[in-house]
Every structure is written in structure tokens, then in C-alpha cells.
Design a protein. Structure first.
Length: 420
């Protein structure tokens, strides 16, 4: 008798592959309907793509081609490889008009997400102006060790997948510093958490790759803004928003602020903001409220401060857990605060929304707080950078002086030996 096939991942992969082939064949004959884009974001995607074309930016296909050719710094390739592989377990299940088609395999989803992230990195590097050739010297070796999930996309005109190298570890929610990229590489923009944001955008486009890229580009450039994930100083806008968050939470919950103290509350907000803001609450908030937050974020009514919904939902979550926070013990303040808000956030029912009325004047005040805090952070980082540069210069000067002294001593010894 033939052996029974062992259940598990290989069989699931074969079934997904079979569904993919069936879908492609049906698509060739016009029998497979195209997945629908979430109606709330369809106009945004079209406007962003049109504006990009008018501004003379490169097309999505051209950006992916650049990424394939080694146009993304190796450090970013390493981190994207790690992040993509662990992104989708945190993404909510398909619901209504949001989500990936059910018959899209894990391999296809990860390949699609990787291409979007790499294409955006190439676009971000374009903003630096003319740059030297950044193509990786070891490209033939990459062919041998590329990951299987970097296969071609689902559509007939899908671009080929980028080549990936084996990755090394990294710290969560940190942007890359000057010491990470290889020599000659510009400092990359990619920050851990971007993969989750990009995956959410692709959920709004039902996995349609190019449309997901333009939505992610709109999020990064127009909603969050270039300062949120800035290179230098690192994440300038994010640090400004942390200060605005601390003030908003304190003013919304004065009793909690009094109990925790100004410093304690600021430390708790900072720890929680690193988890929530840098990933768009993905993996932190329950499914239906998470999609609702993203709908509000991508169609933000706050024109002057479009990322304000992140602050409002953050404060609403703390407000929802305020009673538990008031009853919590004073020991290990930051860990207890984090765990309490996280537990209540994951247990939110469908339909939950923050109740936090905010006037336009108050929104302008919060934006001003964020800008002022970001400027102070910039000045502090510049001062630190100047001190570090000065220390390096002093160290180099001392090294040169020590080398000259050693040469002088050696010369004196040689002259003394010659006289003897």
C-alpha cells in the first residue's frame, strides 16, 4: 500500500502552489476577477502615482529593477530578509474589503512584500541626489544563497524578485546608523516596523503589488512625513511625537499623571510608543480596530498634522486601560504599564474606537509641541555628534604625536648606537 502523506507545511505549500497555478490560468482567459482595492484608499493611490509621474520619479518597475541589480545597501537587505519572514503572523485576518486573497501563498506574500520594501528604499535613496554605483560586488554569490520566497509575483507583468543574502541579527525598532552600511553606502532609511506597515498597505490593495507600493509611499512621504524615519538625526519626527504624546496623555488623564508622576509617565509613554508608533500598532491592536485605525490614518482629516490619528488612538488605548493602571502596583512601573495596555488592546471588541474629542486649536498645539521637541532632539544629537568628532580628532592627534615621539626615540637610539 502506498505510504500516507504526512500532514504539515510541505503539503500546504503544494496546495497553495496549485491554487496559484489555477488562478494564473484562469486569469489568462479572463475568468479570474482582479482583487478589489479598498474603496477608501483607491483615490489616494491614483493621486500619489500621478503626482510621482509628474514629478519625474522612477516607475515601480524601474525601482525594483534597481533593487535586483544591488541598488539597496546590504545592511538593509539583511534586515528586510529578517523582517519579512516574521511579519505576516502579526497581520490580522482578512475582513471585509481589507486583506490578502485567501489563495495567495506565504511564498507569494513574502516575495511581494520584499519587493515593495526594496523599491521604496531605492526611491528614498533617489532623494539624496546623484550617488555612486551602489551595486553589490558579490552579486553572483547571492544567486546561490537567495531565499526561495523571492520568486516572481502573481501578475503576468510582475517583476522578478530581488536577490537576498543571509541575514544577521538586529535590534527592534531602531534605524541603521553610520557604522552599519558597507563602505561607500549611504545611510539607509529602512527601520524595523516598516515591513508591518507595508504589509498593512498591501492588505488594503488585496495584495496587488504596485498599488500597495504607491499606498506605502503615500504613507511614508505624505502621512508620516520624511522626518518621522529620518536618517540623521535618527527618527526625528518620532522623537517629537513622543513628547506630544506624553503631554496629550497627561492632559487627558490628570489623575493617572498625578499618580505616576511626570517622569514616570514620560518613561511609560516612551516605551509604549516605541512598540506602537514604529509599527503602526500592527501586532499590538486587535484585528478590526487595527484596520479601522489604518483607514483613519490613510484618509486623515488632519491636513496639517496627518499622523495625528496615531497619537489619538495611542491615548485612547491608555484611557481604555486607565482603571487597571490606577489599580496596578507601583513596582516595575514601565513593564506593568506596557503589559496592561497591551493586554487590553488585544482584547478590544470589534467596533471599538477611541473617544477623544480634539479641537483644531489643540491639534495645532500638539503639532507645535512635537516640532519643538524634535528641534531640541536635533540640537542635542548635533552636540553629541560634535563632541564625538572632537574626541576622534583629539584621539587621532594623540596617536600622531605618539607615533612621532616613538620615531624620535628610535632615531635617538640609533644615533646613540652609532656613536658607541
Amino acid at each position: 500500500a502506498p505510504r500516507a502523506h504526512r500532514p504539515g507545511r510541505p503539503r500546504q505549500g503544494l496546495r497553495a502552489w496549485g491554487r496559484s497555478i489555477k488562478r494564473r490560468v484562469r486569469g489568462c482567459f479572463g475568468l479570474e476577477p482582479a482583487p478589489s482595492i479598498h474603496p477608501a484608499v483607491a483615490p489616494v493611490i491614483e493621486r500619489k502615482k500621478t503626482a510621482s509621474d509628474l514629478a519625474g520619479h522612477r516607475s515601480y518597475r524601474a525601482l525594483v529593477t534597481e533593487a535586483e541589480a544591488g541598488g539597496v545597501p546590504a545592511a538593509v537587505l539583511h534586515q528586510i530578509q529578517l523582517d519579512v519572514a516574521r511579519t505576516f503572523p502579526a497581520i490580522p485576518a482578512r475582513s471585509g474589503t481589507w486583506g490578502w486573497p485567501e489563495d495567495v501563498s506565504e511564498v507569494e506574500r513574502e516575495g511581494c512584500l520584499a519587493r515593495v520594501l526594496m523599491a521604496f528604499e531605492c526611491r528614498a535613496l533617489d532623494s539624496l541626489g546623484p550617488r555612486p554605483d551602489r551595486r553589490a560586488p558579490g552579486l553572483p554569490m547571492l544567486l546561490k544563497i537567495r531565499r526561495s520566497w523571492c520568486g516572481p509575483g502573481d501578475s503576468a507583468d510582475a517583476v522578478r524578485a530581488p536577490l537576498m543574502r543571509h541575514s544577521v541579527g538586529g535590534e527592534a525598532a531602531r534605524c541603521w546608523t553610520d557604522d552599519v552600511p558597507q563602505a561607500g553606502d549611504p545611510v539607509p532609511t529602512y527601520v524595523q516596523g516598516c515591513s508591518m506597515m507595508a504589509a498593512m498597505c498591501l492588505g488594503f490593495t488585496a495584495g496587488r503589488e504596485e498599488e500597495g507600493f504607491w499606498l506605502f509611499t503615500y504613507l511614508m512621504e505624505d502621512i508620516l512625513g520624511p522626518d518621522f524615519f529620518s536618517r540623521r538625526p535618527a527618527m526625528l519626527g518620532y522623537h517629537g511625537d513622543k513628547a506630544a504624546l506624553a503631554q496629550l496623555v497627561a492632559s487627558s488623564m490628570p489623575q493617572l499623571a498625578e499618580r505616576m508622576g511626570t517622569t514616570g509617565l514620560a518613561e511609560c509613554v516612551s516605551a509604549l510608543a516605541a512598540r506602537c508608533l514604529l509599527s503602526g500598532f500592527v501586532g499590538f491592536l486587535s484585528g478590526e480596530p487595527l484596520v479601522a485605525l489604518w483607514e483613519e490614518l490613510l484618509t486623515s482629516p488632519w491636513v496639517d498634522y496627518p499622523r495625528l490619528p496615531l497619537l489619538l488612538w495611542f491615548t485612547g488605548l491608555v484611557q481604555h486601560a486607565e482603571q487597571q493602571l490606577q489599580e496596578a502596583s507601583g513596582d516595575e512601573l514601565v513593564p506593568n504599564f506596557f503589559r496592561t495596555v497591551q493586554a487590553t488592546s488585544r482584547a478590544l471588541p470589534d467596533g471599538w474606537r477611541p473617544v477623544l474629542p480634539l479641537s483644531a486649536d489643540r491639534a495645532a498645539e500638539l503639532q507645535q509641541v512635537s516640532l519643538l521637541a524634535a528641534e531640541k532632539y536635533r540640537e542635542a544629537q548635533e552636540e553629541i555628534h560634535c563632541k564625538e568628532m572632537h574626541a576622534k580628532q583629539v584621539s587621532a592627534s594623540l596617536d600622531r604625536s605618539a607615533a612621532r615621539l616613538a620615531d624620535a626615540l628610535k632615531l635617538a637610539e640609533n644615533l646613540s648606537g652609532a656613536q658607541e
